[in-house]
Design a protein around this ligand. Sequence first.
Ligand SMILES: [Zn+2]
Length: 79
Amino acid sequence: MAKLILIVVLALVVVWWLRGLRRPSPPASSKRSAGPSRAQAMVPCAHCGVHLPRIEAVAGADAGRFYCTEAHRLAAEER
Ligand SMILES: [Zn+2]
């Protein structure tokens, strides 16, 4: 009987310890909600006007112009 109690106590300690290891994630989520700095800047495609995250956009030859695809960059710059 004492062995059973010991096993149960050890299992509870292991579960408690594993939850403690996962605890560092909530500060990360609160950091995520803290900032508009984490929000991605959206830019419109200069050819078709669709909005997309700036990091996914194709930069045009003109500064400040972005395109959704390489094809739209070529189509806009041929004009
Ligand atoms: Zn486009």
